[in-house]
Design a protein around this ligand. Structure first.
Ligand code: HEC
Ligand code: HEC
Length: 215
């Protein structure tokens, strides 16, 4: 086998190996410490495409807390096909309230990580801008989020994760549970996006917004 082929094989195998590693860490660790988040979310909590774990470094404390509540209440991760939601739900379910507070404080101590520019995606930015008019009432004109409305910042989030979540809301993996008022509200707006192209367009527009400073 030549060197180039070996390298290619390694590149293809790496995401799977990392996933395996993260699964065994999730299974073994009964008392996750804060550093453990970085195994899946990336060394600077900037997100990890191989595991589909989002950027946490740009999220405010109240939203991190809101999502731990959502995972623990089975509002996120309840659908059988939602493997990424289930993965994080297992992590949240193994943590005590004190460990959650500790992990949130640790994430908040990190600097917001800069996002790599996504290349080679065909999306209609103009259409995305139009679609985003509906979103900005809650998520802000710069995608900075709104603590009063409990709508998270979107600017600076990984593009594939935004698309993943809009699909999750749309197909009812997220926002389909009684008492999940914020999720249910958001679900209605995700449903207003006609198809995958509309999702790609609005996500491309969000991606064009400057990543805000941490709130
Ligand atoms: C085994 C891998 C794994 C570990 C370890 C892990 N996460 Fe996650 N996390 C994920 C995945 C995958 C998602 C995306 C879930 C989805 O698609 O719904 C996620 C989502 C989240 C979200 C939701 C973010 C948002 O924008 O809504 C938060 C908050 C979060 N994780 C916090 C943490 C913290 C804090 C830790 C450390 C205690 C941690 N995670 C450890 C895999 C992991
Ligand atoms: C009425 C207010 C409101 C409007 C309008 C709205 N959202 Fe949301 N959005 C929310 C709330 C609240 C949440 C948090 C839901 C939760 O806690 O699970 C959210 C969550 C999200 C998430 C998940 C982010 C993450 O980190 O997991 C995405 C992506 C999103 N919204 C995109 C959009 C887009 C795109 C639009 C426009 C088509 C939009 N939202 C319109 C209130 C709104």
């Amino acid at each position: 086998m030549n060197k180039a082929r070996l390298l290619m094989l390694w590149r293809t195998a790496l995401p799977g190996l990392l996933l395996l590693l993260s699964h065994s860490v999730a299974a073994q660790s009964q008392q996750p410490n804060a550093q453990y988040c970085l195994v899946c979310h990336g060394s600077a909590a900037q997100g990890n495409a191989a595991i589909k774990a989002p950027n946490l470094s740009m999220l405010p404390g109240w939203y991190l807390q809101q999502q731990f509540t959502a995972f623990r209440n089975n509002w996120r991760g309840n659908a059988a096909e939602d493997i990424h939601g289930k993965e994080m739900q297992a992590v949240a379910g193994n943590m005590s309230d004190a460990e959650i507070q500790q992990a949130i404080a640790f994430i908040r101590s990190l600097k917001p990580a800069a996002q790599p520019q996504t290349e080679g995606i065909t999306a209609d930015l103009q259409h995305g801008r139009q679609l985003y008019q509906t979103c900005q009432a809650c998520h802000g004109s710069r995608g900075e989020g709104n603590a009063q409305l409990k709508a998270p910042p979107l600017a600076g989030q990984q593009r594939w994760y935004l698309a993943q979540q809009l699909s999750a809301f749309k197909n009812g993996w997220r926002g389909n549970q009684t008492n999940d008022d914020y999720g249910q509200t958001m679900r209605r707006f995700a449903q207003s996006l006609a198809d995958d192209q509309a999702i790609d367009d609005v996500v491309a527009y969000i991606d064009s917004l400057a990543s805000p400073a941490k709130q």
